[in-house]
Design a binder for this molecule. Structure first.
Ligand code: PLP
Length: 380
């Protein structure tokens, strides 16, 4: 069996999540919008229970603050375009950062084409973003700051609570993309003082094609889809009931298992880093140091650049049997250099590997990868 070490790209569905979704395909198959009969009412009850569980996990004030979407690409688009278009008369300035996911950057690009003003902040060499840089970029006409909680390539965790306090004090809305952080580090919308937060089930052992957007009351959005006005008018379209049930289950399990997962995955990741560091003296670490600053990096993330021929040899040795990413999955599909590594000056002349461990990763798998790294380094 190949060894999968690309859990940032996606995760397998947890069997417990799969089991809880199963009845909603063929037994409880009603449309939650069908309020005139029991099929619809049963489906509606499942959706509302899921909404309550997710709201509780995020520490939202009310389940009404959770809007179901098709995943984080949609949540991010709805949050950014929805808020900015709603606030258009109050101000037309948005702040984001160069290392955001493409769906955030492209949503901002689209706003810019519509005449809004977007500041794209640079990041430090380790991908971090000082709160002072956000403070310096705020203007009287700033309506939204959109910054990810944790980066999907280099794992750096932004201090969203500090940025949240700053934005709240200035009366500016804050959106955070928590796609990669949810289930790996604590996420609490009150403690972080965020107004909007995106999440996606397939990054936390739930199904693909379902996600949610937290929208703090009384924040309002312009919907991005015209339709029948589902989800409090914010997101039209028949609800994906099995997906919603699966998302809620994945969320609850992620919170329950967080501390154990964090400790286990960090230990596996650190073993890989030590093996790579010992094997390749010229190796460059992308993102904060996992050993000296573990609190600033996702516990399951490693991203390295191996220079020259050694990097090529390592990639060849990993072969088809050890599945890692040479950049983010979305960027791989477009065949471009990673914009995140470019932003920190690491894209050129190296073999860049993003290695992410997950709940199913075993010690035996890491043993095999460590052995493979050792053999490749001797050959190089
Ligand atoms: C940080 C981040 N934001 C957004 C997305 C998009 O999420 P989805 O696949 O649910 O649309 C991803 C997926 O790679 C991601 O890593």
């Amino acid at each position: 069996m190949p060894i999968y070490l690309d859990y940032h790209a996606t995760t397998p569905v947890d069997p417990r999540v799969f089991a809880s979704m199963a009845p909603y395909f063929m037994e409880v198959f009603g449309n939650p919008a069908s309020s005139s009969h029991r099929f619809g009412l049963q489906a509606r009850a499942a959706v509302e229970q899921a909404r309550q569980r997710i709201a509780a996990a995020l520490n939202a004030s009310t389940p009404r603050e959770i809007v179901f979407t098709s995943g984080s690409t949609e949540s991010n688009n709805l949050a950014i375009k929805g808020v900015v278009r709603r606030c258009g008369t109050r101000g037309r300035h948005v702040i984001t950062a160069v290392s955001e996911h493409k769906c955030v950057l492209n949503a901002c690009k689209s706003l810019r084409e519509d005449g809004f003003d977007v500041t794209v902040l640079p990041v430090e060499a380790d991908g971090s973003l000082p709160v002072e840089a956000v403070a310096a970029a705020l203007r009287p006409d700033t309506v939204l700051v959109s910054l990810m909680h944790a980066n999907n390539e280099i794992g750096v965790i932004h201090d969203i609570a500090a940025i949240g306090a700053l934005c709240r004090a200035q009366g500016v809305l804050l959106h955070t993309d928590a796609t990669q952080s949810f289930g790996k580090v604590p996420v609490d919308v009150q403690a972080m003082q965020v107004d909007l937060l995106s999440m996606s089930a397939h990054k936390m052992y739930g199904p693909k094609g379902i996600g949610a957007l937290y929208v703090r009351t009384p924040c309002t959005l312009v919907p991005q889809l015209d339709g029948g006005g589902h989800e409090g008018g914010l997101r039209s379209g028949t609800l994906n009931v099995p997906g919603i049930v699966g998302l809620a289950d994945a969320v609850v399990l992620a919170c329950a298992d967080l501390e154990v997962d964090r400790r286990t995955q960090r230990a596996l990741r650190d073993r890989l880093w030590l093996a790579l560091r010992d094997a390749y003296p010229g190796i460059l670490l992308n993102g904060p140091d996992p050993l000296t600053a573990p609190e600033r990096r996702l516990p399951n993330n490693l991203n390295v650049s191996v220079p020259g021929a050694a990097g090529d040899a390592l990639l060849a040795a990993l072969g088809d049997d050890i599945c890692v990413s040479t950049s983010s999955a979305c960027t791989s599909a477009s065949g471009e250099a990673s914009h995140v590594l470019t932003a920190i000056g690491r894209a050129e002349g190296h073999t860049n590997l993003r290695i992410s461990v997950g709940r199913p990763t075993t010690d035996a798998e890491i043993d095999q990868v460590v052995a493979c790294i050792g053999r490749a380094a001797v050959r190089a």
